[in-house]
Design a protein around this ligand. Sequence first.
Ligand code: ZN
Length: 158
Amino acid sequence: MAITETDLTHLRRCIELAREALEDGDEPFGSVLVDETGSVRFEDRNRVKGGDETRHPEFEIARWSAENLTAEERRTATVYTSGEHCPMCSAAHGWMGLGRIVYVASSAQLGSWLTEWGVPAGPVAALPIAAVVPGAITEGPVDELVGEIKELQRRRFG
Ligand code: ZN
């Protein structure tokens, strides 16, 4: 499946959420859950500044989906996100049986930027989604939007 105009619209919202997170003192990541009909059902952004390092938007989406969607709705949903899921969020996504993932920047790209800026590696390996959820359907990186994410990450970490 190629990236469509609709995908780009949702990814731009993820970038807005990431910007909002950054401006509020959190890390610049944002995600949106869209159902089979194209409706945005839930969205969130990173909220780690209070000290809970698990407050990633993709993890919130997985938990929200457990309470609010049927298994069929989860399977046919798409999760859009500004940065590829970390292993924790990939696992949550996989356990909940959520559908396609579309991300702007890959974990490998983020890792190379952090190295470039001299940021020490985090405590969790930056495994690609497919290494955690072998059956995942993923799309990304989306080259035309990567520069916007790199700029937000640079403002946070660079
Ligand atoms: Zn995560």
